[in-house]
Design a protein around this ligand. Structure first.
Ligand SMILES: [Zn+2]
Length: 332
């Protein structure tokens, strides 16, 4: 199967937004005291309204209730969720499959929010409906480039009454080459450890190139630092974007920077250390002579030598086999 282009993929992704992943999932077991006891033991929750029927009877609840945070536990499908041979095809697994086929093979959960409408009691039967609420545009993250997928679950009881909801966000991403290379090197894969051959050097994260900024990166590839200039009012802008913030014109041209500027502000990055970068890393906001600013790395000097206002010159350098970056060095 030939992989889709980015446009085709994103068009396809949009068809999943607002879609129910499938019919309601009914919990395999009704709310029950055994599972509540196990949960409380594992979590270390000693609240007697969950585990002591006598104490619970005397409480405002009049009997045992389930911890509200167990909500999702009542509908989890166990090993079936992780086993592709038994996993039921639904819109969510289909969406993940589509992204995997296009190279976004990894997944990580990033956010979860829950709300509870009432306490669940033994005998309640919980079911859930999941809707794919939104899919982000392609994002560059430390883990790699990918799409954030937000889902919303509504939980109902045996009478169809809502008992709570949950939003869940995952990042479905192309594992960062830099991290992969670092892990490969650490695991001794590719190049045998101790063979005397240098492990593959991890590369820096790739900037996404899209409709609005590819021209700028192509300039860097040619060795030119370009600045976007509004054709209507002449205002310069960076980073590249479709519209002038001063007059809202979408007509623009590009001017080539002479590559001279000064340090407007800076910070020294020490942690966390991403593979592919040398630390300490000086991240500086450079005021270009043309009158606009750009965030870049300052190289060729010690971090404690950097000063606000320090004159710097552009140096477009190959940072690995495939990528050039506009770096700055202290002016001679
Ligand atoms: Zn303008």
């Amino acid at each position: 199967m030939s992989p889709l282009s980015k446009e085709e993929l994103e068009k396809e992704l949009r068809t999943y937004v607002g879609v129910k992943t499938g019919p309601p999932q009914v919990g395999p077991e009704p709310v029950n005291e055994s599972m509540i006891n196990h949960w409380c033991e594992a979590i270390g929750d000693r609240n007697q309204v969950y585990t002591d029927p006598e104490a619970a009877k005397r409480s405002v609840h009049g009997g045992v209730v389930a911890p509200p945070t167990m909500l999702q536990a009542w509908v989890l499908r166990g090993i079936e969720m992780a086993d592709p041979t038994t996993m039921k095809r639904n819109k969510q697994t289909e969406l993940h499959q589509l992204l995997s086929e296009c190279g976004y093979t990894s997944v990580v959960a990033t956010n979860c929010e829950q709300a509870y409408s009432r306490y669940l009691r033994p005998g309640d039967r919980v079911s859930t409906t999941t809707v794919i609420e939104s899919i982000s545009e392609e994002k560059a993250t430390a883990l790699g480039i990918g799409y954030f997928i937000n889902t919303r679950d509504v939980f109902r009881d045996q009478h169809g009454e809502e008992v709570g909801w949950m939003t869940f966000r995952v990042l479905k991403f192309k594992p960062n080459q830099a991290l992969q290379a670092a892990r490969g090197a650490a695991a001794g894969s590719g190049v045998a450890a101790g063979s005397g051959v240098a492990p593959v050097k991890p590369t820096r994260m790739r900037a996404p190139r899209g409709h609005d900024n590819a021209w700028w990166w192509e300039g860097i590839d040619r060795g030119e630092l370009l600045i976007q200039k509004c054709s209507a009012c002449g205002t310069l802008r960076h980073p590249p974007r479709p519209m002038c913030g001063a007059c809202q014109s979408i007509e623009w041209e590009a001017v080539r920077s002479k590559g001279r500027g000064s340090v407007y502000s800076y910070t020294v990055l020490l942690h966390p250390k991403f593979p592919g970068y040398d630390y300490p890393l000086v991240c500086a906001l450079i005021e270009l002579e043309e009158g606009t600013r750009i965030v870049s790395n300052l190289v060729g000097c010690e971090p404690d030598e950097v000063r606000i206002g320090m004159p710097v010159t552009l140096s477009i350098e190959k940072v690995d086999d495939e990528m050039k970056l506009p770096l700055f060095r202290p002016a001679q």
